[in-house]
Write a protein that binds this ligand. Structure first.
Ligand code: AKB
Length: 332
């Protein structure tokens, strides 16, 4: 059946009569795997196309379509959009904070040019685009407690700079071209099933593996470095909520989301309580300390709660309990 020749707004309406076809970039990363499974459970496996430039494990391949697609190649991405009749893109490809400082050229290329490509695809093909931002978009001069949505944003990392660029450009395309761009500023995300890659908050996942493996951990942040964090289930539920929210509900395009906050020493105390009193930790701050020092301690997220129902369920104690439960069998 050929698509009638409708204008973009009507085409969006037309496509709501059936489940949306969603493309997920960076689908093999920390958030991609869970997001793809959640989208497939909701919209049907055949309607969710996972993409990445790595080879998926067999189980990641078997749940639905997977394509090799490099976000740096506009034409290749466009071919996927056209071939699969994509309506929405969830853009997870990114080089995170620590990896971006190790390789600034790569960080700039993937985070700026990769985003530009999906943004242009959204414009040219009338797609909804959800591309997450981060607390890393804030910087040393941003107020650190209850950081508001709208505040000083002068980050000093490649990751932060490229995410501010993304936020502004997304808003610009919404204003000028009617692109349906949506974003949320993630805190550090804690997950057991998929490892994080190249972030400053990675310690808060690594620590559980080390605790169970050798009952000790060498932490690359100082003991009292407090940062916002969230459990992956809250992150994915929130991302789905924003993705599916009706346009009229959104009073802004970029939203802070906050769930809990802890420092390495607070996390260690919880791990000792749930795992072992003699869990040992040493602190050897490296270059990631300077990154963490520029980020908020807590973020204000009233707008996300009000506009699309952000309502995180997991606090620090829950996260520690669940992470230990899930990972214990791996190291038994
Ligand atoms: C990182 O640490 O770079 C990420 C983030 C907070 O965006 N986890």
């Amino acid at each position: 059946r050929t698509m009638p020749n409708l204008n973009l707004a009507a085409r969006r309406l037309y496509s709501t009569a059936r489940p949306p076809r969603v493309l997920v970039t960076g689908s093999l990363g920390q958030l991609g795997t869970t997001m793809v499974n959640t989208l497939r459970a909701k919209f049907g496996s055949e309607n969710v196309v996972a993409s990445d430039i790595k080879k998926p494990a067999l189980e990641q391949r078997s749940t639905g379509p997977f394509v090799y697609a490099d976000v740096l190649n506009y034409r290749a991405m466009e071919q996927v959009v056209v071939d699969y009749g994509i309506d929405w893109i969830v853009h997870f490809s990114a080089i995170l904070s620590a990896a971006g400082e190790r390789n600034p050229a790569l960080g700039l290329n993937v985070n700026i040019n990769g985003f530009q490509n999906v943004l242009d695809l959204a414009k040219n093909h009338g797609l909804r685009l959800l591309s997450p931002s981060t607390m890393g978009a804030f910087g040393p001069t941003t107020p650190k407690d209850e950081t508001p949505d709208l505040t000083i944003m002068r980050p000093n990392t490649i990751y932060g700079i490229s995410k501010v660029h993304m936020e502004l450009l997304g808003e610009y395309y919404t204003e000028k071209f009617g692109v349906d761009f949506r974003s949320l500023r993630y805190p550090g995300i804690i997950s057991a099933d998929s490892p994080p890659g190249g972030g400053t908050t990675d310690y808060a996942v690594d620590i559980f593996h080390s605790a169970l493996k050798e009952n000790r951990y060498s932490c690359f942040l100082k003991s009292d470095t407090r940062l916002p964090m969230a459990y992956i289930d809250d992150c994915i539920v929130g991302t789905m909520q924003l993705l599916e929210a009706p346009q009229e509900a959104l009073t802004q395009r970029v939203y802070n989301v906050h769930a809990c906050a802890f420092s390495p020493e607070e996390l260690t105390a919880e791990i000792r309580r749930h795992h072992s009193d003699d869990f040992a930790i040493e602190y050897r701050p490296d270059f990631r300390q300077a990154i963490a020092d520029t980020w908020p301690r807590t973020m204000a997220d009233e707008a996300a709660r009000r506009d699309w129902g952000w309502n995180p369920l997991y606090g620090t104690t829950d996260i520690v309990r669940i992470m230990l439960e899930k990972l214990r069998p791996v190291y038994a």
